[in-house]
Design a protein around this ligand. Structure first.
Ligand SMILES: Nc1nc2c(c(=O)[nH]1)N[C@H]1C(S)=C(S)[C@@H](COP(=O)(O)O)O[C@H]1N2
Ligand SMILES: [Mo]
Length: 429
């Protein structure tokens, strides 16, 4: 259960309490203190009344009351889904290989915390670090400490495990739980940061370490009237040491608040939940770790899967999307070019086939990017519709590992890892 900010012990002088209250208010502003039952307005009033305010960075960006996302969400770019925002594929037409930060989808379990990089610390702790056995010996890094380490830059997608979930229902008639994403819960960015491996080694990684569990500084997540604690999910050490990045830049800018400022984890090719935003601490463990996010969630349950669920999800699956609005109208007998993108968690995209007549005939699309792991490949096909009326556009990708998108996806209760060919409705007029 959450621990409320504790009042100072009675022996502390009035002066100390004043200083502590100031610090506590600052921590609250940085998202590091809990204030259950106290309004944001009340705390801001308290803040304004203390000298702490003079030492504060710029005020947090204005956000609409009750909105869990900081950046603007114009309806021509996003569909809002609860605490999340899905990118509209038609808005990606004409953008380059990388998704502009303003257009990048947001998946929040609760609310974007507005953190202060100067006050932020990353704490590494646990039985998988060297030191006296049994002793909890945390190692801390500040924002400047991380920025002073050698940096790496990587192009990679972040994609929600539930991307495409709504097609289990609309195409296959399955009932699944979770956010009803279409295909817009993905974005590709150039991430810059430090290798998690470098930070782990500097912290004194022990040869006994097996799991690494980053945890976010956003609020605790409640489900079914119960708090599951802060968002966290273990990563096997092998992946943590391979290609995982602690990212502080996204497409050449400091991470936006909604995407994890000041630092997020980036786990290339894996389901989005692995890439913990607003990371505050990392447990390094000599014992295997569990959290709700690799047990209750992010396994496959259902008739086609073991009773206890599949292994925790890791790599993303294979998908394709057109940069076209659902239900778009195309003029008959006029030539045009259809654009889209395909991606896979198992490698690059080797081939894409497209049908403009609901799946009767297929032809290869022209690929505009070399096949590359961890990111998508853009493609196009020319199309001159000859018959007025409704039809479906279909795209079917094959990756360099030899996987091809199937006609139907094996269902699971939470609707993860949809991979089937999507039937995209359009009309010829
Ligand atoms: N701390 C924290 N990290 C998080 C989440 C969250 O709610 N809190 N959501 C996860 C999920 S489910 C996804 S799909 C990605 C989404 O990243 P984005 O919002 O930057 O697109 O962040 C992951 N990391
Ligand atoms: Mo997700």
């Amino acid at each position: 259960m959450p621990t409320p900010a504790k009042p100072s012990p009675p022996r502390v002088s009035r002066h100390d309490e004043t200083a502590y209250d100031r610090r506590r208010l600052r921590q609250w502003l940085a998202g590091e203190a809990r204030a259950d039952g106290v309004s944001r307005r009340r705390l801001l009033t308290l803040l304004a009344a203390t000298a702490a305010v003079t030492a504060l960075p710029a005020p947090p960006p204005a956000r609409a009351a009750g909105t869990p996302i900081v950046k603007p969400l114009p309806p021509e770019w996003f569909v809002q889904r609860g605490t999340n925002a899905e990118t509209r594929w038609e808005a990606l037409r004409g953008t380059g290989h990388h998704t502009p930060n303003e257009l990048f989808f947001v998946r929040n379990h609760t609310t974007t915390p507005v953190l202060d990089a100067a006050a932020w610390r990353l704490r590494l702790w646990g039985s998988g670090l060297r030191g006296t056995p049994g002793e909890d010996r945390p190692v801390e890094f500040g924002y400047d400490d991380l920025r002073a380490l050698p940096s790496v830059t990587r192009t990679a997608f972040v994609e929600c495990a539930g991307n495409g979930r709504s097609f289990y229902t609309s195409q296959q008639g399955e009932t699944v739980s979770g956010t009803a994403w279409t295909l817009g819960a993905i974005g590709v960015a150039r991430w810059r940061g430090v290798r998690l491996a470098d930070v782990l080694r500097r912290a004194g990684l022990s040869s006994r370490a097996v799991d690494v569990q980053p945890r976010g500084l956003d609020a605790e997540f409640g489900s079914g009237g119960e708090s599951l604690g802060r968002v966290r999910r273990p990563l096997p050490l092998a992946k943590a040491l391979d290609d995982v990045v602690l990212a502080y830049e996204m497409n050449g800018e400091p991470l936006p608040h909604d995407h994890g400022y000041p630092v997020r984890v980036l786990v290339p090719s894996w389901v989005g939940i692995s890439s913990i935003k607003w990371v505050g601490d990392i447990e390094v463990s000599a014992q295997p770790l569990y959290s709700p996010w690799n047990t209750t969630f992010y396994r496959l349950f259902g008739p086609a899967h073991p009773a206890e669920g599949s292994a925790p999800l890791s790599r993303q699956t294979i998908k394709s999307a057109f940069e076209v609005a659902s239900g778009a109208a195309f003029p008959v007998a006029r030539g045009q070019v259809l654009h889209g993108r395909s991606w896979s968690g198992a490698g690059g995209i080797a081939r894409v086939d497209v049908s403009t007549d609901g799946g009767a005939r297929w032809r290869p699309a022209r690929l505009h990017d070399r096949p590359r792991a961890d990111t998508w490949t853009r493609w196009s096909v020319a199309w001159k519709p000859d018959t007025p009326g409704p039809t479906h556009l279909l795209a079917r990708a094959t990756d360099t590992a030899g996987r091809t998108q199937p006609e139907t996806s094996v269902p699971n209760a939470q609707g993860y890892l949809f991979d089937a060919v999507v039937r995209h409705p359009v009309t010829v007029v």
